[in-house]
Design a binder for this molecule. Structure first.
Ligand SMILES: Nc1ncnc2c1ncn2[C@@H]1O[C@H](COP(=O)(O)OP(=O)(O)O)[C@@H](O)[C@H]1O
Ligand SMILES: C[C@@](O)(CCOP(=O)(O)OP(=O)(O)O)CC(=O)O
Length: 504
């Protein structure tokens, strides 16, 4: 047996959460795009090669690779698998609660099938040396509501209280019962796990996922392989091909997303699909992957602020009802889709133009932001003439565009009988827009009672928005700590993450 030192190399990868700022429902169709912002709240996957007898009682036969996965923030979250290098198949050995984790399982199947094709020697060497993989999954606290944790500590929900919590703290519950905040835990988990395994097994170069490698040809190919495998695994675990914007955000970070044609995965997702079908479908050379990722950046001095609302909505059933209404009323829906798309594009173009205005004249840009940040958006039109210029005009335009998107989302909700921006959320969002220095407030993604986002013009506005949320009586509105972040999946130095590696 090959002996391993405790320092045996650890591969750590992270993938961000997402906020679909504009484009909910429309992004399901390739004709329309969605504006998706990645967060600095991430899901992490750490992988280490360990001796099979350390991974569990069953020492593994000479043609099996054992894999033990834990998610230490949850009760009973441990699953063990064996990958047979002979049969090229994965089976679950046991789990802490007798259940399964379909997202983890399909990622292991997809990545190890790829490994046995691309790195057969590595896989056979692991099996014959009785070595396996230990995997730890972990999430930043923002992915899960911390209400109950803070209540148990007798502390009010505030951003300071959230900052005082340990990083990646225990949720005190099971994966099934945890309250999610809507950042897209499964997409980020799947993407970080695909990346960590492919890097660990040498199929993707470690350096390809480090910051600053985005334009290197190998790095582009590696990211596209991770994207394709993650989309495939996520769709298989969900049992459907969705728009894929959440996986795309987890892999590429913030961007304007246009979906892939679902046919690219058809051959790989049927019961009869062979390993070869899956390998071809997920290959970076498969021209069927026609999703588009166009760069977008939140303009300087604008910050995304997120809150989760303790009410909750069932996104899949909302999507189903909206799509039913769409097919029953094609003409009306088509018109509404065009109007919504135009309003969504206005937001994206205003961001682009604000970035350009900053590059062209940062002094005037800063003067406009300074002035607006000290006033409510309803007063921005009355700015003194010296401030008139592109940045000031664009900030006013952003407020108008947001208002148009919201009006159309309400219209869609009323027409389809789905609470996309229900009256309770309208009252909250109107109050947010009435806070000094707030330039956007809306429901992200599919909408409903789950969450809201705001865009603010500085720390005073951040504090004022949070004060509004904590005083809000109609619903419980809790801040999240996440900021916007542009990077997608990346490899990290495990030394900086002892709260993850201590579970290896
Ligand atoms: N930290 C984690 N550890 C292990 N599995 C996770 C983790 N986060 C998400 N998952 C997987 O993703 C599933 C949740 O997916 P889903 O209900 O679609 O939520 P979301 O909308 O956040 O993606 C979990 O049941 C589990 O299989
Ligand atoms: C309706 C949608 O276009 C967007 C839903 O976005 P959310 O961000 O609301 O998604 P969940 O994380 O599943 O709650 C459906 C889709 O594009 O998949």
């Amino acid at each position: 047996m090959t002996s391993l030192t405790p320092e045996a190399a650890v591969t750590l990868a992270s993938a961000p959460g997402k906020v679909l700022v504009a484009g909910g429902y429309l992004v399901l169709e390739r004709a329309y795009s969605g504006l998706v912002v990645g967060t600095d709240a991430c899901l992490y996957a750490a992988v280490q090669t360990q001796a099979s007898d350390v991974l569990g009682s069953c020492a593994g036969s000479g043609n099996e690779v054992l894999i033990s996965v834990v998610s230490p923030q949850f009760l009973s979250a441990r699953w063990r698998y064996a990958y047979s290098t002979q049969r090229r198949s994965l089976s679950q050995l046991d789990s802490a609660d007798g259940g399964t984790n379909s997202f983890v399982q399909v990622v292991l199947e997809a990545t190890l099938d790829l490994a046995i094709e691309c790195a057969p020697k590595k896989m056979h060497d692991l099996a014959s040396s009785r070595l396996g993989l230990k995997i730890v999954l972990s999430a930043d606290n923002d992915f899960y509501s911390q209400r109950e944790t803070l209540a148990k500590l007798g502390v009010d929900l505030s951003s300071q209280a959230l900052r005082d919590l340990p990083r990646m703290c225990h949720t005190g519950t099971t994966l099934r019962n945890v309250h999610k905040t809507g950042l897209g835990s499964s997409a980020a988990m799947v993407s970080s796990l695909v990346a960590a395994i492919l890097v660990h097994l040498g199929i993707v170069g470690h350096g390809d996922l480090q910051l600053g490698q985005a334009n290197d040809m190998d790095a582009v190919r590696s990211r596209s392989l991770i994207h394709n495998v993650a989309q495939y695994a996520h769709c298989l675990a969900q049992g459907k091909v969705g728009s894929g914007f959440d996986v795309s955000a987890a892999v590429y970070g913030s961007h304007v997303y246009r979906r892939f044609s679902p046919e690219v995965l058809e051959g790989a997702m049927s019961e009869r699909s062979s390993l070869d079908d899956i390998r071809q479908a997920t290959s970076p050379d498969n021209p069927g992957w026609n999703s588009e990722v166009a760069p977008v950046a939140i303009p300087p001095r604008l910050a995304l602020r997120l809150a989760d609302v303790d009410a909750g909505s069932n996104t899949p059933s909302m999507v189903k009802r909206v799509l039913q209404w769409h097919s029953a009323n094609p003409e009306e829906a088509g018109m509404l889709w065009s109007k919504l798309d135009a309003a969504n594009c206005r937001i994206r173009h205003t961001w682009d133009q604000l970035n350009a205005a900053f590059s062209a004249d940062s002094t005037r840009y800063n003067a406009a932001v300074d002035w607006c940040s000290a006033r409510k958006s309803s007063e921005w039109r009355n700015a003194p003439e010296v401030l008139h210029g592109p940045a000031h005009r664009l900030l006013v335009e952003l407020v108008d565009a947001t208002s148009s998107v919201r009006a159309l989302q309400r219209q869609l909700g009323e027409s389809a009988g789905v609470p996309i921006e229900p009256p309770k959320q309208t009252r909250l969002l109107d109050a947010c827009m009435d806070v000094t220095g707030v330039c956007m407030a809306a429901v992200p993604g599919a909408g409903g009672y789950d969450a809201i986002f705001c865009m603010t013009l500085g720390p005073d506005a951040d504090r004022a928005v949070e004060a509004l949320w904590s005083a809000w009586k109609e619903m419980s509105v809790g801040p999240l700590l996440a900021n916007q972040a542009s990077s997608g999946v990346q490899t990290l130095d495990p030394v900086s993450y002892p709260e993850i590696t201590s579970h290896l």
